[in-house]
Design a protein around this ligand. Sequence first.
Ligand SMILES: NC(=O)c1ccc[n+]([C@@H]2O[C@H](COP(=O)([O-])OP(=O)(O)OC[C@H]3O[C@@H](n4cnc5c(N)ncnc54)[C@H](OP(=O)(O)O)[C@@H]3O)[C@@H](O)[C@H]2O)c1
Length: 164
Amino acid sequence: MIFIWAEDQSHGIGYQGRLPWHLPADMAFFKKTTTGHTLLSGARTFQSYGGRPLPHRKNLVLTSQNADQFPGDVVVLPTVEAVLTYERQHPEETLYVSGGAQVFASLMPYVQTLLKTRVDGRYKVDTYMPPIDYSAFKKVSSDTVAVDEHNPVALTFERYERQD
Ligand SMILES: NC(=O)c1ccc[n+]([C@@H]2O[C@H](COP(=O)([O-])OP(=O)(O)OC[C@H]3O[C@@H](n4cnc5c(N)ncnc54)[C@H](OP(=O)(O)O)[C@@H]3O)[C@@H](O)[C@H]2O)c1
């Protein structure tokens, strides 16, 4: 599985149930990367999508709530074990995990690839990326997008692969 997220200089990722920022270049990267694939989110992050699945992706939600609380085209998974079973049973799918913090913490032992956007600023945040042991990973790419009229801060897109 692949984690995909954006964090600011304080490792902040969320504020009041939403993203702390509006960064079109990062949204475009997220959309381009995850479209056509499978996307797992926690119940709170799913609510931040408006409680509807993101289009052109298979949407999975990790939650203890009943499946009938979610739209019918969402796959509801109740436990980490259910996520791992789903991944085993669907080897043809690329599974992106879009957070939030609770879900990243729950799945940290199992992630193979990290797609981190470093947001070169400090925002008002109340949710943080859980600690990552980067010594277990190798950075394989890094691309920086400079400030422009659409993006008020520089972004760096980094990819890490777990070293076995
Ligand atoms: N910057 C980024 O890239 C990024 C990415 C994603 C999210 N965010 C932000 O992060 C914030 C949300 O993060 P969050 O940590 O508060 O919430 P979250 O991880 O999105 O959702 C938490 C909920 O997911 C379910 N859950 C999590 N782990 C579980 C487990 N092991 N087993 C069963 N259910 C589990 C529970 O749902 P139930 O209570 O329903 O059981 C839990 O309340 C928002 O502000 C969002 O905008 C930012």
